[in-house]
Every structure is written in C-alpha cells, then in structure tokens.
Design a protein around this ligand. Structure first.
Ligand SMILES: [Fe+2]
Length: 261
C-alpha cells in the first residue's frame, strides 16, 4: 500500500515516540505502545481491504491507526499509568499532541478532520450516532483494529506466570479462582463492559471477551476465530457451568458474526 502521506506520518510518529524511549526505566511502557500502534496499523489495513474501502477512506484509517495512541506517551510520562480515570483521557491527549507536533500538517483538512474525529472516538464506550458516513466507517475500523490487537497483548500478558508489568492489565487483583458475577452477566447479556466494575484479573478477561459484541466487521470476527483468542481467554477462567455457558454462547455468536460482510 504505497501512500507517501502515510509513510511520512509514520516516520514522524516513530520520531515522536522514539523521544520517550530515552527514558530508560520506562522504555518498556513506550515500546509496548509503539509496537501496539504498528500492529493496529496492519490490522486496520486488512480490515480496509476486506471491507473494500476506497483509497481515501483507507488512507484516513491508516493515519488514524498511526495516531490513535499518541497521547499514551505524554500520559505515561506525566502520570506513570495508562489508566485514563486516574490521569487524563488519552484520546484527547492524542489530539492535543498530534496538533502540537504537527504530525498531520501535510494532510488536507478534510482528511485531518476525519482522522482526528476517529482518534477522539476510539476509546469511547459507545460510538455515538455520527452524521458523517466516512467518519462512521473510519471510527469503526479503528475501534475494531485496536481491540483486536489488545487481545494479543492481553494473551501475551496473561501467559506469564508473574507478569513483570502489571500496568498492561491495568494493575487489577490477581486471584485466579475469583471473578465478579455481575461482569460475567454483562457478557452473557451481550452488553457493554464497564472498566469501573473490574476487580479481578478474571473480570478483565471477561470484559475483553465481551468486546466481541462491539466488533463492527465480519472480517474482525474472522480474525478472532483464526487466532483462537476467545478460547484461550475462556480456558483461563474458573471452569464452572456459567463459564461453560459463556463458551457455548461465544462460539455461536462469533461464528454468526464471522459470516457477515
Ligand atoms: Fe487508545
């Protein structure tokens, strides 16, 4: 996908993020976000291709993927956390710093507006009704791509015996046999999860499983199926009848979503 504007913004993003890596003690946190960003970009490209988006929408989606977490760098530097509730809305920070650094200065203003709109919306619990069909599309591509990559980050994190960097899972309580029944019910009811309800690491896994219900494209569901992320997460929960019901439901729902366009 040759696009000089995307290549240029990617270089500028890497230069911007690279400035934070010099902070040796926290290099891990910044690297996590750089790697995440580049994988989100790759996923967004696949979603755009699978959904048959035109060159203009694909360009905006790629730029939004590159810039969506720009705010994570100043957020971590200032507050030493990725928890927005304890620091600042990182999507708003992404916009402030994208503008301050001129990361999008070479983009035509309609593209800039679209990209900043999608960045702003990427971490909202719900996508509000949007008048612009283009923004609606880009925001949905970005939200799916972001979630799909966070699945892999979480699975890598939970695979470690003693995770070295608890901030990846927002530092919640690790009691392998405990979860909050209300969080499981939210997923079983196919409702949106709420970060505030999370107490245990297993709650976090449940909420991430529930993101299935937020996915917007059949292609996103197919990627989830290919990777087997949901089964892996469910394997790590206490195996009781409620969780078995969850597994059956998730299998059926994922298969149904994967058949959509
Ligand atoms: Fe983000």
């Amino acid at each position: 996908m040759n696009d000089p504007l995307v290549d240029h913004v990617a270089e500028r993003f890497k230069a911007f993020a690279g400035r934070y890596i010099t902070d040796r003690d926290d290099a891990f946190a910044y690297r996590l976000k750089i790697d995440h960003t580049l994988r989100v970009l790759a996923i967004a490209e696949r979603l755009c291709r699978d959904a048959g988006l035109d060159a203009g929408l694909t360009q905006a989606a790629r730029l939004a993927a590159l810039l969506h977490d720009v705010g994570r760098f100043p957020q971590y530097q200032r507050y030493r956390t990725f928890r927005d509730a304890e620091s600042a809305n990182h999507a708003a920070l992404s916009i402030t710093h994208t503008l301050r650094e001129g990361l999008l200065e070479d983009a035509p203003s309609p593209v800039r507006r679209l990209v900043l709109g999608a960045v702003y919306l990427h971490n909202k619990r719900f996508l509000p009704p949007l008048r612009s069909p283009a923004l609606h599309t880009i925001a949905r591509v970005l939200r799916d791509s972001d979630k799909l990559d966070i699945y892999s980050v979480m699975i890598a994190h939970f695979s470690q015996e003693n995770p070295k960097h608890p901030e990846v899972a927002l530092s919640v309580v690790d009691q392998p046999d405990r979860y909050t029944p209300a969080v499981l019910d939210t997923v079983l009811n196919r409702q949106h999860g709420d970060y505030q309800a999370i107490v245990y690491v297993n709650d976090f896994k449940l909420m991430v499983i529930g993101w299935l219900y937020d996915l917007n494209f059949g292609s996103s569901a197919r990627m989830l199926q290919e990777k087997g992320y949901l089964d892996t997460l469910i394997d790590w929960l206490p195996q009781n009848e409620h969780v078995m019901r969850l597994r059956r439901q998730v299998h059926e729902d994922l298969a149904r979503k994967a058949e959509c366009a």
